[in-house]
Design a protein around this ligand. Structure first.
Ligand SMILES: *Cc1c(COP(=O)(O)O)cnc(C)c1O
Length: 392
């Protein structure tokens, strides 16, 4: 077993060639005009809820993602929360989602009084498996008065939220079909997948709405931030309204026509975002280069593989994932320890949400693939500069 751990360390060191310095899992990078635009923003004094950078960021983001509208907000969790609310999630709603995701996906539903309803994923995509989802919905739901009701709980199921894990697109063909069949809105948690594509179309642009995150560990960062993507002008208008305290437009009057949120992205963060967005294409190139290097390095490894995109997908490879074979899954934490010993800050995948005490009692299907995979994943350092270093 010692030998197998040592082999992983040597392969990873071969890809990263560490010079003794610790290598983080994912670092923010500021190699463009960040300082210039942030300074300009400070000097303009419009650092907060008003200013040109928010509009510019939204327009450029929408254009990159191939959608008509982007609404910038304070973080990805808030983007999901507002997208779910505008999709009809209410107190008592169940929201279909994977269990192998960051806790924010479930929290967003919970903040609205809804409950996550966990379904299994596919080993091919690491995202929700549409076939298992269809079977599950056929088994546990009734259509009553135009709504889909979970027969076991009596509660309505009101939305499907696929999550594109580590930047890899879920099977959007299959998921859109199921959403259509059961007449459910599909909202993508594309927090990790800015720039990823499925059949050439951007992640976040498939459902009625998509949510992005620009947290410090994502492919581009605004310090903290998020966005809602949509092609629907009315939804975009409502998202902007709801995230800006639902203030009625007027030159001086303070009037609010519903209970909104203070979720607007500050102009200062948007300035950073405008500079970061200009680097998205080169970052994706570097990350794909790094992923290739990991995949090649692990191609003869007998105890697992580096996850590779499906033929329909072009992934941003936000985080590389080494998937250990089931027979060595129990050694995962020792692998993590060996990597940390040489300064490689690898990390396991999230603990599946249905195994957390806070979400243990939520409705769910059987989750054999989720439970199997969660124990076998080791995320490897994936900052885009690591892919630039040895391009040759
Ligand atoms: C990062 C992330 C979010 C939310 O992001 P924040 O901006 O940190 O609120 C949501 N879902 C997933 C899967 C994420 O990785």
């Amino acid at each position: 077993m010692m030998k197998f751990r040592q082999e992983i360390v040597e392969i990873v060191e071969g890809v990263l060639r560490p010079g003794g310095e610790p290598i983080a899992l994912h670092e923010p990078e500021f190699s463009g005009v960040e300082e210039e635009l942030v300074l300009d923003c400070i000097r303009s004094s419009f650092v907060s809820s008003v200013g040109k950078y928010v509009d510019q960021f939204e327009h450029e983001l929408a254009s990159i993602c191939g959608v008509d509208h982007a609404v910038a907000v304070v973080n990805g969790t808030a983007a999901l929360q507002v997208a779910l609310r505008l999709s009809g999630v209410r107190p008592g709603s169940e929201v279909i989602m994977p269990s192998l995701t960051f806790v924010a996906t479930a929290n967003a539903a919970h903040y609205l009084g809804g409950l996550p309803h966990f379904v299994d994923i596919s080993e091919d995509t690491l995202g929700v498996n549409p076939i298992a989802l269809r079977n599950h919905l056929n088994r546990v739901t009734d259509k009553r008065t135009g709504r889909l009701i979970n027969r076991d709980t009596g509660r309505p199921i009101d939305a499907i939220v696929p999550m594109h894990a580590f930047g890899h697109p879920s099977d959007l063909d299959g998921l859109l079909e199921v959403a259509d069949e059961f007449n459910l809105p599909l909202i993508e948690d594309a927090a990790e997948a800015l720039g990823s594509r499925w059949r050439g179309k951007s992640c976040g642009s498939f459902g009625s709405m998509g949510a992005l995150s620009f947290n410090g560990n994502k492919i581009i960062t605004t310090g903290g931030g998020g966005a809602i993507l949509t092609d629907d002008a009315e939804l975009a208008h409502q998202a902007k309204h709801l995230t800006t305290t639902a203030k009625v437009l007027h030159r001086w009057a303070f009037s609010h026509d519903e209970i909104g949120y203070n979720f607007r992205m500050p102009n200062l963060n948007a300035a950073l975002g405008v500079a970061q967005l200009r680097q998205i294409e080169s970052r994706i190139r570097s990350k794909r280069n790094l992923a290739k290097r990991y995949q090649n390095a692990f191609s003869d490894f007998g105890h697992g593989y580096c996850f590779e995109e499906r033929p329909e997908a072009q992934s941003n490879y936000w985080l590389n994932a080494l998937v250990l074979n089931p027979e060595v899954a129990d050694a995962r934490d020792e692998v993590l320890e060996s990597l940390h010993e040489v300064g490689v800050m690898a990390r396991p995948a999230w603990e599946p949400l249905h195994q957390l005490s806070i979400y243990r009692d939520c409705p769910r299907d059987d989750l054999p693939v989720t439970e199997g995979l969660a124990r076998r994943i080791v995320n490897l350092p994936s900052s885009s500069f690591l892919g630039e270093l040895y391009c040759g």
